[in-house]
Design a protein around this ligand. Sequence first.
Ligand code: 4AD
Ligand code: MG
Length: 437
Amino acid sequence: MKKILAKNLVSIIDAQKYVGKTVKIGAWIANKRSSGKIAFLQLRDGTAYFQGVVVKAEVGDDVFALAKRLEQESSVIAVGVIREDTRSKFGYELGVTDLELVGESHEYPITPKEHGTDFLMDHRHLWLRSRKQHALMQVRNEIIRATYEFFNDRGFIKIDSPILTDTSAEGTTDLFETDYFGKPAFLAQTGQLYAEAGAMAFGKVFTFGPTFRAEKSKTRRHLTEFWMIEPEMAFMHQEESLKIQEQYVAFLVEKVLENGDYALDVLKRNKELLKKYIQLPFPRITYDEAIEMLKKNDFDVTWGDDFGSPEETFIANSFEKPVFILNYPKEIKAFYMKPHPVRSDVVICADLIAPEGYGEIIGGSERAVELDYLKEQLQKYNLKAEDYEWYLDLRRFGSVPHSGFGLGLERFVTWISGKEHIREAIPFPRTLNRLFP
Ligand code: 4AD
Ligand code: MG
């Protein structure tokens, strides 16, 4: 068989631009059905799926024989004419005129039948090729793209915080330790402390990178490696930061609805619900009010407890929108949060809880600015003052009120996609018992 040049290939997603024209498409065979005279190839090229129709009488014996023996996930170059196809949702198909096998595939392990999650996770490198996983990654990609758009349009500079660090910011219990030329180092739990340095240098900044937490918990919301977006703003109090947080969340939801419509359909996500989440403002309650609400509804909680998943879900369900819970007890929050001016037992912070049981998607606060207070806090949290001297410098040299927050990318993707479990929201998840593939 002659060689088709893998040049000037067209993407399936662009089919509508080529109706009536002959094009070349590089694709994998996602599925196939055939009879003695006609074969329907489900073609997948990473941009979309559509059907290639191979008619024996039109392509001849050799090409037809090839079409008939192609197995799932073989790669091909298909040549053909794009036609409208009103019967399919995609709306176009390829009338194949020529076909070349590029890479064989036999006994592909993931078949259209049902597989267990462990099996699929062990084959994550292949599972990513399937329709739902593709849709999830499109949602994730749109959220990443829209994040840059949102912050760039508002004058934020992206700064990259280090991943190897010698300090902890979010508590010492879930640190990943590694050897750094004979000294201990830790994988970053957050970029925040560096983002604060960035805010003092550049005003408004955000970090966006991988963060690591040695979470020993096996929940559907925790990864050990996850991506976090952490904006930090100088000359800003918590009130203004909350406004940016809700605008950012609404913007992301809006952009996924706008640019991820097809992906949301594949995921069977309820778009009417998503549209509600664009309406601002988001409701706010204080931690004290949350405790009262929970007590009234027979939850066994006392003031000072942190909320778990049942508590967060109950609170969120009472509002049907993301809800801010403000001013948590100081004892259960990080050392750097600004103490409340009149209530010494709480801090100026907020967690944003997603509706539908998806839990905390944002944690944020105004930052403490008093040097002496921070020194006391370090001591209280058993953190070595000398490791934080650089951080304290930010309070020594032109300290200003500043606030920031962190949004967990995978929690957000899971919520917007309506998935049960966080593990499908990242290409290669890391959890308590998964480091492979
Ligand atoms: O609430 P957290 O711990 O806040 C911080 O790390 C702050 N330094 C943020 C800041 O103010 N700059 O984490 C922020 C968000 C959570 O709301 C959650 O969405 C996500 O990060 N997150 C996780 N996502 C997946 N797996 C985990 N183990 C997560 N831990 C936190
Ligand atoms: Mg938190």
